[in-house]
Design a protein around this ligand. Structure first.
Ligand SMILES: *Cc1c(COP(=O)(O)O)cnc(C)c1O
Length: 377
């Protein structure tokens, strides 16, 4: 919660649910990453929040950008980033999109299989590729499954194939899972990466770079380790596995860069019960839900801190839900959410830590509800 956001909401009194992002917090986060990991280049994961003001600020601070589509590449370019500061980090790309990125001067591409290497070799000849390896995501609150990456043994063949087709086999990437609470989570993947570096070196291919991905957490209800703890843990793991031949590294923070910079203002629409039984919990319906930007409450994975004007009063467990006519639009039910007993219809609630993965997840007009409005201040 920042004074600037409180002040903005008090003076502007925007109607309807909205996200307010404080750029000062984004700047602090960027500088904290740069300070904690001084030898690492930062590629902001644009998907976390592509607001032009955020991209412009980060471009001016010297950030690079991890993009997943041509549209994101164009946003990063429009914000002032040069093509050498942009990666096409999605392992799943149409060949014509690779060609469009190549036309724009993008020289760094992500792959995780041989057929994707072949697409890049045809559409972006001679460019640098890094191969993503699987990572189990243990310890993450929003793990990334087996969708991206290949087994480390396979990565050797993928990068050899790239080399054979005239691409620059540049490095290895992985993602330890989003909202990763364990500062040691990078160790296993770095061990695998060092193994791949060694095997390829024996075959005459010198890799240069390890892309450490995202995963740096933002604070929700529970405290999380500071970015400096991640920096020193990763530094030690790099030394452990690469000795005195530390490769170039990059990180791709998304959530950790913008999560705590934003607050969603919402309003209580209805509070009701399903029966007259004493022990039946209250249902609290907000004017924002899963389809209005809070998609990360899926499986109740991310639990946002919620502030009300009644904080300090007695609380009781409530089921929290959104306003749409879809029964999936329930935020917290398996683990109910403690809210003040004095909370009533029309009260404002502030949902903290919502700067990442909210605006772009909000539906265009499900049930006629407008997409989540955003103010970047
Ligand atoms: C989403 C994503 C990120 C950002 O992850 P966070 O956990 O939000 O930091 C980084 N890299 C890639 C390739 C991604 O897809």
């Amino acid at each position: 919660m920042t004074a600037r956001i409180i002040d903005f909401l008090a003076t502007r009194r925007p109607e309807g649910p909205c996200l307010v992002v404080d750029l000062d917090v984004v700047r602090e986060n960027y500088l904290a990453f740069a300070h904690a990991m001084p030898d690492t280049r930062i590629f902001y994961a644009v998907k976390a929040n592509p607001a032009p003001e955020i991209l412009r600020l980060l471009a001016s601070l010297g950030s690079n950008f991890d993009c997943a589509s041509v549209a994101e590449i164009d946003m990063a370019l429009a914000a002032g980033a040069t093509p050498d500061r942009i990666s096409f980090g999605n392992t799943i790309k149409k060949e014509r999109d690779i060609a469009a990125a190549f036309e724009r001067g993008i020289s760094l591409y992500s792959v995780d299989c041989e057929v994707e290497v072949e697409k890049v070799a045809r559409a972006a000849p001679g460019m640098r590729v890094f191969c993503r390896i699987l990572c189990d995501g243990a310890g993450a609150e929003w793990p990334l499954s087996r969708k991206f990456g290949c087994e480390p043994e396979m990565a050797v063949g993928v990068l050899e194939h790239a080399h054979r087709l005239g691409l620059h086999a540049y490095g290895i990437s992985f993602h330890v899972g989003s909202q990763q609470g364990n500062t040691e989570a990078w160790d296993g993947a770095l061990a695998s990466a060092a193994g791949i570096f060694g095997t390829l070196a024996e075959r005459g291919i010198q890799l240069s770079m390890v892309n450490l991905g995202g995963g740096f957490p933002t604070r929700y209800l529970k405290p999380v380790p500071g970015v400096e703890n991640y920096g020193s843990s990763i530094d030690q793991a790099l030394k452990r596995h690469f000795g005195n031949r530390i490769p170039e590294t990059i990180i791709e923070p998304g959530r950790g860069m913008v999560g705590n910079a934003g607050i969603i203002k919402s309003e209580v629409v209805l509070i009701s019960k399903k029966s007259d039984r004493e022990d039946d919990p209250r249902w609290v319906y907000l004017d924002i839900g899963k389809f209005g930007g809070l998609a990360e409450t899926m499986d109740e994975s991310i639990r946002y801190p919620i502030r009300t004007a009644h904080d300090g009063d007695a609380v009781e467990p409530c089921i929290l839900a959104g306003p749409t006519c879809d029964s999936a639009d329930v935020l917290y039910e398996k683990t109910p959410y403690n809210l003040p007993v004095t909370l009533s219809i029309g009260d404002e609630v502030l949902i903290e830590g919502t700067g990442a993965y909210t605006t772009t997840y909000s539906a265009v007009a499900f049930n006629g509800f407008e997409p989540l409005a955003a103010y970047v201040i």
